[in-house]
Design a protein around this ligand. Structure first.
Ligand SMILES: NC(=O)c1ccc[n+]([C@@H]2O[C@H](COP(=O)([O-])OP(=O)(O)OC[C@H]3O[C@@H](n4cnc5c(N)ncnc54)[C@H](O)[C@@H]3O)[C@@H](O)[C@H]2O)c1
Length: 253
């Protein structure tokens, strides 16, 4: 897969799936990687690691995806630094802090989860697409979730935000297909990250139950999600747009 020198912006790049994707894009794909996260220390540390191996190939920004202005500045900074913006991976996301049925769910949780998981993806696309239009090409991968495809009891805000990501993916793909911009999504199942550990802390028995329910009898590794994101950004998928790929060890079956 020839991807060298492409410019790739990744949100939520300090940990988990975002960090695994950033490493793959940089070290395997030989891309210039723009790392962003609300965790400044985490994202700076990854930048230093990558730049030690491939000098000046990566930069890091302390960006909160729920802030439209910061997202606009991120895309401009990426474009100015590397002279292009070829790929955007809208990965940053949070889980709910409370697990409760709809009537008992918290308004604060709703607002926060929608702001990060849904508006964050919208801001990413809104501010990256103008640069992609200017260059005449672009690739966007949005990280949704199994929870966007099927019911997710006690997680109304998370499920709604991820279903919205899938809807926005299809809409943007249709709008910009003729402009050579592809927009796809991935729907990870249960993946071993901090995000998933939070669920374990609030409901320890749930993690065991999910393992039993997964046909492949294990959780996904971050690299398995990163591999699919990378593939969707490669020249092996040049006619795929508006799709979502489920990576869940069969649990949705
Ligand atoms: N882990 C799973 O089981 C799972 C399953 C399905 C989907 N996902 C999705 O995958 C994506 C990545 O999650 P992960 O599992 O790697 O979680 P993670 O918690 O390990 O990493 C998430 C990253 O996003 C960053 N982040 C959180 N809020 C942010 C904000 N407002 N602005 C900028 N950065 C922010 C965090 O600092 C962190 O570095 C999320 O969108 C999540 O919803 C995860």
């Amino acid at each position: 897969m020839e991807t060298s020198n492409r410019v790739c912006v990744i949100t939520g790049a300090a940990h988990g799936i975002g960090a695994a994707t950033a490493k793959l894009m940089s070290l395997h794909g030989m891309m210039n990687v723009v790392l962003s996260d609300r965790d400044k220390e985490g994202v700076d540390s990854l930048m230093n690691q990558l730049n030690t191996i491939r000098p000046q190939s990566s930069i890091a920004f302390n960006t909160d995806v729920s802030d439209a202005k910061q997202m606009s500045q991120l895309m401009k900074a990426a474009y100015d630094r590397f002279g292009g913006l070829d790929i955007l991976v809208n990965n940053a996301g949070i889980s709910q802090s409370t697990i409760a049925k709809t009537a008992d769910s918290s308004l604060e949780d709703w607002d926060h989860v929608i702001a990060v998981n849904q508006s964050g993806v919208y801001y990413g696309m809104k501010y990256a697409i103008p640069y992609m239009l200017e260059q005449g090409h672009g690739i966007i991968v949005n990280v949704a979730s199994l929870a966007g495809l099927i019911a997710a009891p006690n997680h109304i805000a998370y499920a709604a935000s991820k279903a919205a990501v899938l809807s926005m993916t299809k809409t943007a793909a249709l709008e910009y297909g003729r402009k050579n911009i592809r927009v796809n999504a991935v729907c990870p199942g249960y993946t071993d990250t901090n995000h998933f550990d939070q669920l374990h802390e609030t409901k320890p028995e749930l993690k065991e139950r999910l393992l039993r329910a997964t046909p492949m009898k294990r959780y996904a590794k971050v690299d398995e999600i990163a591999d699919t994101i990378y593939w969707l950004c490669s020249d092996q998928t040049t006619f795929i747009t508006g799709q979502s790929i489920t990576i869940d060890g069969g649990i949705s079956l």
